[in-house]
Design a protein. Structure first.
Length: 66
């Protein structure tokens, strides 16, 4: 069974920090780069990662097969 990992489209990210607030185990706002990044793709259950994705106002976080 394929595992999914979250991927952020850096060009679309507006650096709001919502994903980090919901799921800091997986996401971090990198202010120097001006967007969020995935720091630990398997750091939380998929349900919690999905919750962070759902909180993204520009929907720039997507699932990708590992």
């Amino acid at each position: 069974m394929a595992h999914r990992i979250p991927v952020i489209d850096a060009d679309e990210c507006i650096a709001c920090g919502n994903c980090e607030q919901v799921c800091p185990e997986v996401f971090r706002l990198n202010e120097a780069l001006g967007h969020s990044e995935v720091i630990n793709p398997g750091g939380a259950p998929e349900e919690k990662i999905q919750e962070a994705m759902d909180q993204c106002p520009v929907q720039c976080i997507h699932w990708q097969d590992e």
